[in-house]
Unconditional design. Structure first.
Length: 338
């Protein structure tokens, strides 16, 4: 029988080893937006306009909002004003406020930022198939009672080591697994926000065994979160890479180098072959890895047009093409742009 592909855990204790899963892979639901009350607030400018619109229409889009409180300036992103009463303004945003270093020009003075209760994320059923229960889970199921608390899940490599781990939810049901003597199918109330997009599953499958992808440029198949997952998986098998040969020349194929993940994947592949990625990613850190070598950067115009340009509002700001080249050269890499 093939080795288990998934594990369910409570803390660090393995509760079950499972052969397959149904319902885990799909388009995740968006995370609920967070609401705050801005108390003791003096709306100005665009915030004052949005408050007036929200009073009339129920809500109003705002965008970025900087707020100055007694303990410093804060920034909310993707803000929508939900209403106002007296000196209290209620807003929702894409996430929690971020503290701004130094001052914030034009920030709205407020006395307090009060988070409001979150909306629970929607849940769906995910069933782990062909599971062999262990320990407290086996004991609980033997009594006919659902185990207490939420569980976590791991996606396992062929050697049994974890490839990915995340929250799963409470076990809500179980049944005998068809065709698996003595094994169970375990159903979990899984948060829809944490479903795994199918392209990410494809990345995990590529790195399931220790060999990893053998075809150059495999990372180009993936974009967004899947490309980030590719880089993470490649980095896990790249901690003991040999030192580059001093004085050697490496050729970086710059086609598809549109973001930092792509650059790290392409650069590491140029030196160490397919399926690798340096765990570090800053210009100076990568320059230190390649110090004393020559890097011929083919199709560099792609990176020149894209690196550090999108997304404009990312925190921290992504390095530009010029900063990447300067960082590599500062650490002793001869960079030849083509």
């Amino acid at each position: 029988m093939r080795p288990p592909r998934y594990a369910l855990l409570a803390g660090r204790r393995v509760l079950a080893l499972c052969h397959d899963v149904d319902g885990l892979y799909g388009d995740p639901a968006p995370h609920p937006r967070l609401r705050h009350e801005l108390r003791g607030c003096e709306p100005r400018g665009e915030l004052a306009r949005a408050v007036t619109q929200a009073v009339v229409e129920g809500t109003a889009p705002l965008g970025t909002l900087d707020v100055e409180t007694p303990d410093g300036p804060w920034r909310f992103d993707a803000v929508r004003v939900l209403g106002a009463r007296g000196d209290v303004v209620t807003v929702e945003a894409a996430g929690p406020p971020r503290r701004l270093p130094g001052g914030a020009t034009g920030a709205t003075p407020c006395a307090h930022l009060i988070p409001l209760p979150d909306t629970p994320p929607p849940r769906t059923e995910v069933t782990f198939l062909g599971c062999a229960p262990r320990g407290p889970l086996r004991t609980a199921l033997a009594t006919g009672a659902a185990p207490d608390g939420d569980v976590r899940y791991q996606v396992l490599r062929a050697d049994g080591n974890p490839q990915h781990e995340a929250a799963a939810g409470p076990v809500t049901g179980w049944d005998t697994a068809p065709g698996h003597g003595g094994l169970l199918d375990l159903t979990v109330a899984f948060p829809r926000t944490d479903l795994v997009p199918p392209p990410t599953r494809a990345v995990w499958d590529l790195f399931h065994d220790h060999r990893g992808p053998a075809e150059p440029g495999t990372w180009r198949r993936f974009t967004g979160a899947a490309r980030t997952a590719w880089r993470q998986q490649a980095a896990l098998r790249s901690h003991d890479l040999p030192e580059p040969v001093p004085g050697a020349t490496y050729t970086l194929d710059g086609r598809g180098v549109t973001d930092e993940d792509a650059l790290v994947c392409a650069l590491t592949e140029a030196v160490h072959g397919p399926g690798h990625a340096y765990p570090t990613g800053s210009p100076r850190a990568l320059g230190a890895e390649l110090s004393g070598t020559t890097l011929v950067w083919r199709h560099s115009a792609v990176a020149r047009a894209c690196l550090g340009v999108t997304p404009l509002l990312a925190e921290p700001r992504p390095a530009t093409f010029r900063e990447w080249v300067a960082g590599l050269r500062a650490e002793g890499v001869r960079v030849v742009l083509d």
